[in-house]
Structures are given as C-alpha cells and as structure tokens.
Design a protein around this ligand. Structure first.
Ligand SMILES: [Fe+2]
Length: 252
C-alpha cells in the first residue's frame, strides 16, 4: 500500500526547479521564463489547474514549452494538451516547439492549428523578438538532419534563446551561436538515484545519461534541461518528481 502511495506521489507532486542565468546580453530588468516539457497529456487536476496555478504563482514574463505535450494523437491526449495550453495562455504568452514524432504524423497540421487557436505561439524553425531577447524554436527533424538552424537572425547584442527538445545535441546548439537552450526529453533519466544526481535511462543517450537535468555549459552557451512533467513508455518516475523549471536571466 505504501509503495503504491509513493509511486502515485512521485508522479503527481509538482516541484519547482529554479535557475539563475547571468548574461551581459540580458535585457534591462532581466527576464523570467517558466519552462515546461514532456507533459505527455498528463493532467494535474481538472483542466491541469494545479499546474496552471503553480505556473501563475511564479509570475513569469512568458512560458516556454519544449515538446512532447501529447503522447499520441488520441482524443484524450489532445484535449489534455489543449486545456493546459488554453489555461497557461491566460497567464502569459506561451511559446511552443514541437517534436519529431509529433510532427511526422499527418495529424500534426491540425494539432498545430489547435495549439495556435488555444493561444500558443508555435515556433517551427522560426525566431521571434520578445521581452528584449530573440526566441527561436527548432524541431528535432531539423536538428537530426544536421540542418540545425544557423543563427542568422537577431542582433548580436541580444540574447539568443533556443527552444528545442533533445538535450544531447548541446554542441550543435552552441555551434549555431545560441546563448541559452531550454530542452527536455530525458525525463530526468526516469528513475533517479538518490543523492547522486544520476538518472537511469534516456532514449538517445542510453543508460546513465549525461544530459537529464539542471544547467550544462558548452563553450559560451548554457543549456537548462527540464526533467519533464509526464511519462511516456515507462509509467513510473522514481525520486524524480514532475518539474516546473523557472529560469531567471539577469544582467551582470
Ligand atoms: Fe517525453
């Protein structure tokens, strides 16, 4: 009985992970971002209200969602995702980048339109200027093909933020000239070994993956990795609570 309760709480109790990123390119007054990833159509309360309330409590400038908001194109998955996006868009602007397997489906165009109708700004290999920084979204297909979106856009003095899904391509993101990348995908390694900071497994990285959580550097670029909110194949998260990431970028 206790094991069942522990398993339930492990995947249902939201936690906040806060990171401060200093940069000479930060806009005056800084910028605060809530970073969400890998919802996989999970609901934290009806209409995801527990998630939305906790995000609103952080008072971010905007929300960045880095993929895997659904698991499959099932009706209940789509409804959960759209409800969450609608609620989050009532808080602040929401920027969304999609993921390879989601985009490959012929239903992606319809789903993308629904996200936009719900209020999200979908960044499929495009950049926008917002809150004194450049925000770009690059999908997995582009990254895997090696066409990882050279940073042609944006003022050199302006911080260039990348929203992507896969953390293991950190070197490509750095090479492309981004200052900061927000990624997810690894689900924190799904099961974490207590007191070690080590996750167990991630697709694309294998056992004991390097990129599952926290802040990593590559040259001048930093990458913040979300442990995600939901589950995909493996329904169990161990010592790895669903995570709302809060990134504060401030000037030196
Ligand atoms: Fe995922």
């Amino acid at each position: 009985m206790l094991a069942v309760l522990f398993a339930y709480l492990s995947k249902s109790l939201l936690k906040i992970a806060g990171y401060k990123i200093d940069s000479v390119k930060a806009p005056e007054g800084g910028v605060k971002i809530v970073h969400l990833s890998d919802l996989h159509a999970k609901r934290f309360g009806k209409g995801n209200r527990r998630l939305i309330k906790k995000v609103a409590g952080e008072k971010p400038d905007f929300i960045a969602i880095t993929g895997d908001i659904i698991h499959k194109y099932r009706e209940r998955d789509i409804r959960a995702a759209i409800e969450a996006v609608e609620g989050l868009c009532k808080v602040v602007p929401v920027y969304y980048v999609s993921v390879n397997h989601v985009m490959r489906s012929t239903r992606y165009r319809g789903f993308s339109a629904m996200l936009k109708e719900a209020g999200a700004i979908v960044l499929d290999n495009v950049c926008v200027h917002a809150f004194g920084i450049t925000v770009c979204g690059v999908n997995c297909a582009k990254i895997k093909s090696g066409k990882y979106f050279g940073m042609a856009e944006g003022d050199d003095g302006e911080l260039k933020l990348l929203l992507a899904h896969l953390p293991q391509y950190i070197d490509k993101y750095a090479l492309a000239g981004y200052d900061l990348a927000l990624t997810g995908h690894a689900h924190g390694g799904q099961w974490r070994i207590p007191f070690t900071g080590i996750g167990f497994y991630s697709p694309g990285q294998g056992l004991f993956p390097k990129y599952t959580s926290g802040v990593h550097s590559c040259g001048n670029m930093r990458q913040v990795i979300s442990r995600g909110l939901g589950n995909s194949q493996c329904p169990l998260r161990l010592f790895n609570r669903p995570e709302i990431v809060v990134v504060e970028i401030y000037s030196l």
